[in-house]
Design a binder for this molecule. Structure first.
Ligand code: ATP
Ligand code: MG
Length: 554
């Protein structure tokens, strides 16, 4: 299928480069900063970088962009590696920008020696004031006149810890009049006496993003360095540094970041949701994180298909969450085993069914995958059905249970409703029915036609489980674009916990990672965190149909 699709602009560039012999093979990288868990936006970047390498017979490095010692942690490193592998990708090399600190330091020395970098003692306020504005050129201060020898000495002393945080910076000497503010003698090294999760206390100066990223690309020989649009203004500096340092000419290409409706996608905001207890954790099934989606029951294939479908854009846009859900349904419909579960139980008594009798009914595991065969479901005279499948007074269009109505019990018999019982509050407590013995599924000779089919669980065999239903995390399409605190748009009803649902006995064998379709109720998976030997907890991955699309049409 991907062969027939037209090429995206990055593919076009790669094909041109390969045809021109510019590169023998391509090397891409995925460069996460280990300061949080990966989200669906990162999945887009992962699918793009690894996907291009796969398509063109190249390779992809996983590079941790760990130049900021303060916010980074090995917990994040481990989760990122797990998420990339779960999505189905394997990196050629696992690298860390911090592995290059010595090399990057040498690059900085080289720039100083070429008269292209200087140590500036100004405060950050002074530096900002001297930078000018987009319409006014900046001014160089006296520190730019320091000699090469003096700069080398001070930079060495900066490294050895002689100076306090913030007292000096190393700046590249580019162009204080450039219309691109990032070229106005950008800071490339700062002093930070901080412990780094990998290099420990070896360094007290750290390279800035712009000095680390492109140079790391170049050290690794990355041919196509793909990032998001906000890095467009950085490209000039990326190219300038590579040119001045005379190193491998990596190139940067930008595409639009993925934004999705009804969620937020910055690690900083996601961290707030976790820290302030709006969600359980980074892998809360409502989170747009890869770990949250995994726990909720999304499959790697559905996420890859989604990323493939949305393609590579050059302009920012907001992708509808229901498109991702569409791919989740499409995958799970093919692979999930069908089971029965009653989420809001109401008793159904079949008054003419022999007391104490139990029959084993056969039901398909997945009609889309006949090779999965059938399972047995115990049937008896006392069942649980879904409360919403009964109506005291039904209209003509009601094809489920109501006094006098007939309905098929899935994979079992047709029953005719004969009455119901209520409690003192007027709440229906039990539905009464008679079954038609000749109507057994698979050998129905009754001649009775039931328009509706409902699911059920034999009360004596029912297993209790907790079921968690999820809705969108935010009430508005784009919480980040709304006025005020994005958290004031959190949907208070995004989690509904059903403590006493009933599931069929076959579901006691469910394992974390299994996917089920609870007939008529949606796709479900065992919750990896709350389930244990004495309590089964299922997460609803997604409903069977797009209920929001239906709402919108009303
Ligand atoms: P956030 O803004 O969520 O904190 P980030 O850009 O700081 O994300 P990084 O760890 O630096 O996160 O990102 C690693 C890679 O993933 C980068 O190449 C980045 O451009 C890409 N990426 C991050 N967010 C998105 C997104 N929403 N869509 C596409 N790519 C993204
Ligand atoms: Mg970043």
């Amino acid at each position: 299928m991907s062969e027939e699709k037209s090429l995206n602009f990055i593919e076009e560039i790669i094909e041109t480069d390969l045809a021109a012999g510019k590169h023998k093979s391509i090397l891409t990288r995925f460069p996460p900063e280990p300061n949080g868990y990966l989200h669906i936006g990162h999945a887009k970047s992962i699918c793009l970088n690894f996907g291009l390498a796969q398509k063109y017979g190249g390779a992809t490095n996983l590079r941790f962009d760990d130049t900021n010692p303060v916010t980074e942690d090995t917990e994040y490193v481990d989760s990122i590696k797990g998420d990339v592998q779960w999505l189905g990708f394997q990196w050629a090399n696992e690298f860390y920008a911090s592995d290059y600190f010595e090399q990057l330091y040498a690059f900085a020395v080289k720039l100083i020696e070429k008269g292209l970098a200087y140590v500036d003692d100004s405060t950050s306020e002074e530096i900002a004031a001297q930078k000018g504005t987009p319409t006014q050129p900046g001014v160089r201060n006296q520190y730019a006149e320091r000699s090469v020898a003096e700069n080398l000495q001070i930079f060495t002393d900066m490294r050895s810890g002689k100076y306090a945080d913030g007292s000096k910076v190393l700046r590249a000497k580019v162009d204080m009049a450039s219309p691109n503010m990032l070229l106005r003698d950008p800071i490339i090294y700062r002093i930070k006496h901080a412990h780094h999760h990998r290099t420990g206390d070896a360094w007290c100066i750290y390279p800035m993003y712009d000095f680390a990223h492109g140079q790391s690309d170049s050290i690794e020989g990355i041919t196509h360095s793909i990032c998001t649009l906000e890095f467009i203004p950085h490209r000039a500096l990326y190219d300038w540094l590579i040119e001045q340092l005379e190193i491998f000419p990596s190139h940067q290409y930008e595409f639009a970041r993925l934004n999705m409706t009804y969620t937020v996608m910055s690690k900083r905001k996601l961290l707030q949701l976790v820290n302030e207890g709006h969600v359980e954790s980074w892998d809360d099934p409502r989170m747009p994180t890869i770990s949250g989606m995994r726990r909720r029951g999304y499959t790697p294939k559905s996420i890859r298909d989604f990323c493939d479908r949305i393609g590579v854009a050059k302009r920012e846009n907001l992708i509808d969450l229901s498109l991702l859900e569409f791919f989740v349904r499409e995958d799970l419909n093919k692979t999930a085993l069908r089971r029965m579960a009653v989420l809001d139980p109401l008793a159904l008594e079949i008054t003419n069914y022999p007391a104490g009798q139990v029959e084993m009914m056969q039901s398909e595991n997945n009609p889309e995958m006949p090779e999965t065969g059938e399972r047995e479901i115990p049937f008896s005279g006392t069942l649980w059905i879904e409360r919403e499948d009964f109506m005291e007074e039904a209209s003509k269009k009601w094809f489920r249970l109501a006094p006098g109505a007939v309905v098929r019990l899935k994979s079992a018999y047709i029953v005719r409703c004969t009455g119901f019982e209520k409690d003192a509050d007027g709440r229906v407590t039990k539905v009464l029915a008679e079954y038609i013995p000749e109507s057994r599924s698979g050998s129905d000779t009754s001649g009775v036609h039931a328009k509706g089919t409902i699911h059920w669980i034999s009360a004596a065999h029912a297993v209790q489980a907790e079921v968690r239903l999820y809705d969108r995390l935010f009430k508005v399409e784009n919480p980040s674009a709304e006025e005020g605190d994005f958290k004031s748009y959190i949907n208070p009803d995004s989690l509904q916990v059903i403590e006493h649902a009933y599931i069929e006995p076959a579901l006691t064998a469910a394992q974390v990672g299994d996917h089920f379709q609870f007939i008529r109720k949606g796709y479900f998976t065992l919750d990896a965190v709350h389930s244990n030997a004495s309590k089964l907890v299922f997460n609803r991955t997604v409903t069977l149909k797009d209920t929001w699309a239906r709402e919108a049409k009303k």
